[in-house]
Design a protein around this ligand. Structure first.
Ligand code: FPP
Ligand code: MG
Length: 330
C-alpha cells in the first residue's frame, strides 16, 4: 500500500486531504521518536514539529513512492526521518543565522538558549541516524552521505558571508547542497522504498535537488516581501548573507552603490530600506524569481523521461505537490 490514497491524483480537495493525512502520520511518528529524548531537548523539538510545518520533504517522499509499491508504515518512518533531519538543520541554522523567529514563533534558541537548541538539533540528528540504521536496506549510508553534503553546503553559506561578488552559479551550487540535498534524499528514499529501478530513482533525486534550488531562491525572495511564514525580514543582510535577489541585483548594479552600502562598516538594520530600494532598482527580485521559475520548469521537464512508464501517478503527484507550493509562495 502506498502512502497516499489511490485516488489522490484527482480534484485538488482530494489531493489536499490525502497529503494532510500523510503529513499528520509523519508528524505523529516524529513526536513518538522525540519521546526518547531528554525533556529539555524534547520540548523545542516537539514545539517546532507541531508548528505549521508543511512536511514538504515527507510529501515528496510519499509522491516518489508511487513509482512502485511501498508499505505505508515504512513511508511514514522514512517521512519522519527526513523531517527530523530538517528539524536538526533548522535548529542549528537559526543559531548560525542569529534568527529570532521560526515558523511564526520565537526560534528554539531564543526559548531555551543556544546550548539546548544545538543539543536538541544533535538529538534529532542522532535519532534520525538510529532510525536509518533500524530501517535497514542501506538507508543509513545514503542518509549519512546526504547529511555530509548538506552540512558542507551550510559551511559554504557561512564562508561566503560578505561576498558581494559571489557568482550566481556558485550561489546555485551552494543552494543545491544546502537545500537541494535534503529534497534529493527525500525523493530518492521514497522511490527506493517503492522498489523503483535505479535510473528512475536518479531522475526523481535530480528533480528533488532542482526543486530545492528553486525553493531556496523563492525563500530568499521572501525577505523582500511582506512578513510571511514568520520569517524575519532583512536580518541576513546584516549577517552578510546575501540571498538570490541581492546577488542578482549586485550583478546588475554597474554603479557599485549596493555593494558599497552592504560593505560599509556602519551598515545596520537602519539601512535595510535603502538596500531594498537598490535591490528593486536593479531588478533583483524579478531576476531571482525568473531564475527560480526556470529551475523549476527544468526540473519538471526532466521528469518527462518517466511519463511513458508506469510512473505517471508519481510524476503527476510530484508536480501537484510542488506546483501547489509554488503557487503559495508567489
Ligand atoms: C536554511 O537556510 C538552512 C539549511 C537549508 C541547511 C542547514 C544545515 C545545517 C545547519 C547543517 C547541519 C545539518 C544537520 C542535519 C545537523 P536559510 O538560512 O537560507 O533559510 P531560512 O531562511 O529558513 O533560515
Ligand atoms: Mg537561516
Amino acid at each position: 500500500m502506498v502512502g497516499f490514497a489511490d485516488d489522490v491524483v484527482g480534484p485538488p480537495g482530494v489531493i489536499q486531504a490525502a497529503l494532510t493525512d500523510f503529513a499528520g502520520l509523519v508528524t505523529a511518528r516524529l513526536c513518538t521518536l522525540a519521546e526518547g529524548m531528554p525533556g529539555s531537548l524534547r520540548s523545542p523539538v516537539v514545539a517546532l514539529a507541531n508548528r505549521q510545518g508543511k512536511c514538504l520533504r515527507a510529501m515528496l517522499l510519499g509522491a516518489c513512492a508511487r513509482l512502485g509499491v511501498a508499505e505505508q508504515s515504512r513511508l511514514v518512518r522514512l517521512g519522519a526521518l527526513v523531517e527530523l533531519l530538517h528539524l536538526a538543520s533548522l535548529l542549528h541554522d537559526d543559531v548560525i543565522d542569529r534568527a529570532d523567529t521560526r515558523r511564526g514563533a520565537p526560534a528554539a534558541h531564543v526559548m531555551v538558549g543556544e546550548e539546548r537548541a544545538m543539543l536538541a538539533g544533535l538529538a534529532c540528528f542522532a535519532t534520525a541516524g538510529m532510525e536509518a540504521a533500524a530501517i535497514g536496506s542501506g538507508v543509513d549510508r545514503i542518509v549519512g552521505k546526504a547529511v555530509a553534503r548538506l552540512s558542507y553546503g551550510e559551511l559554504l553559506d557561512v564562508e561566503r558571508a560578505f561576498d558581494t561578488s559571489l557568482a550566481i552559479p556558485d550561489y546555485l551550487e551552494l543552494a543545491e547542497r544546502k537545500t537541494g540535498e535534503l529534497f534529493r534524499l527525500s525523493c530518492m528514499l521514497g522511490a527506493a522504498a517503492s522498489g523503483a529501478a535505479e535510473p528512475a530513482i536518479r531522475v526523481v533525486g535530480q528533480f528533488g535537488a532542482d526543486f530545492g534550488v528553486a525553493f531556496q531562491i523563492l525563500d530568499d525572495c521572501l525577505d523582500f516581501s511582506a512578513q510571511l511564514d514568520g520569517k524575519p525580514t532583512g536580518i541576513d543582510h546584516v549577517m552578510g548573507l546575501f540571498g538570490a535577489p541581492t546577488l542578482c541585483a549586485l550583478a546588475a548594479d554597474d554603479s557599485g552603490q549596493l555593494a558599497a552600502l552592504l560593505l560599509s562598516p556602519e551598515f545596520s538594520h537602519g539601512q535595510l530600506p535603502a538596500v531594498r530600494a537598490l535591490v528593486a532598482a536593479n531588478g533583483g527580485v524579478a531576476t531571482a524569481t525568473r531564475l527560480a521559475r526556470s529551475r523549476y520548469d527544468q526540473a519538471v521537464g526532466a521528469l518527462g523521461v518517466l511519463a511513458d512508464s508506469d510512473a505517471g501517478g508519481a510524476v503527476e503527484l510530484l508536480v501537484a505537490v510542488t506546483a501547489a507550493f509554488w503557487r503559495a509562495r508567489r
